[in-house]
Design a protein around this ligand. Sequence first.
Ligand code: PEP
Ligand code: MN
Length: 337
Amino acid sequence: MIIVLRPSATERDIRVLTAKIRSLGLSPHVSRGKERTVIPVIGDERVLATVPLLSYRFVEKVLPVLAPFKLVSREFHPKTTVVRARGLAVGGKKVALIAGPCAVESSEMIIRIAKAVKRAGATGLRGGAFKPRSSPYSFQGLGEEGLRYLAAARDATGLAVVTEVLDTRHVALVARYADVLQVGARNMQNFELLKEAGSSGKPVLLKRGMSATLKEFLEAAEYVVSRGNDQVMLCERGIRAVEDYTRNTFDLNAIPVLRELTHLPLVADPSHATGKWSYVHPMALAAVAAGADALEVEVHDRPEDARSDGEQSILPARFASLVTAVKRVARSVGRTA
Ligand code: PEP
Ligand code: MN
């Protein structure tokens, strides 16, 4: 339930109402806007329904929220949130670019690719140090060594480092090196990890689970935000559907639907969504046309030698031409890139 107060509501009114809400065992999250104060209430809505809230003269509206996510809902926060980490800003007019290899393979490699994507216009550097691989025999990432190389690449370029955290035991370690914690598709409903990431103080890039509905996706984001961290980006990265010619099916619908439902900024990952380098460019442009706030793209300068996802990684030169095309599409939908 979201309680909207009249502009004339005073601090005393807010104290009276929040005390009442707490006395019912519910928790009010007061949000003071320029024109209005709104109070989303977390807990069993049915309890509040027994109180005639509109009898308080300073209450303007009471909006029941049927969806089980509130803090991430656009009703709670009408303006799109901008997530910031160093020079990376996701959610503003400018479409942001996060690029880099699937996995960090060596210090030279990540610095080389970081410089190339920065030159092309990226403001975020992606690269996994802890890799969630479907097979236990596949390359699992360099761990802390990989994090150190990412930090070196940041020092060399100024790019914001976006890297995945797989396990609650690693959150503090990854947060020491990263600018943004990525929670991957396979962990979208790892609720303990979501809570830890929410408490880490770092922005979070949350990827949609491959079989998750948008409601489940938003509920997962709610876990992070309910820890007091609203610096969360949602990333569409393809879902499992009947088609298996591509690695996943890029759910383009997710972008306008999420745009309507949530204030969190939206990232699209055309690399995992398609699984093939030649499909990355068209789907990246489609995502920008649909309203994505950022792209996360896998880039490798020797994809044939990549230790993971070489087949979906684009070369730095192709990334540069993608950026040129993104700028054109962004302009046509009233954005910049
Ligand atoms: C990744 O971005 O490195 C990754 C593993 O993607 P996903 O979690 O979307 O599969
Ligand atoms: Mn990958």
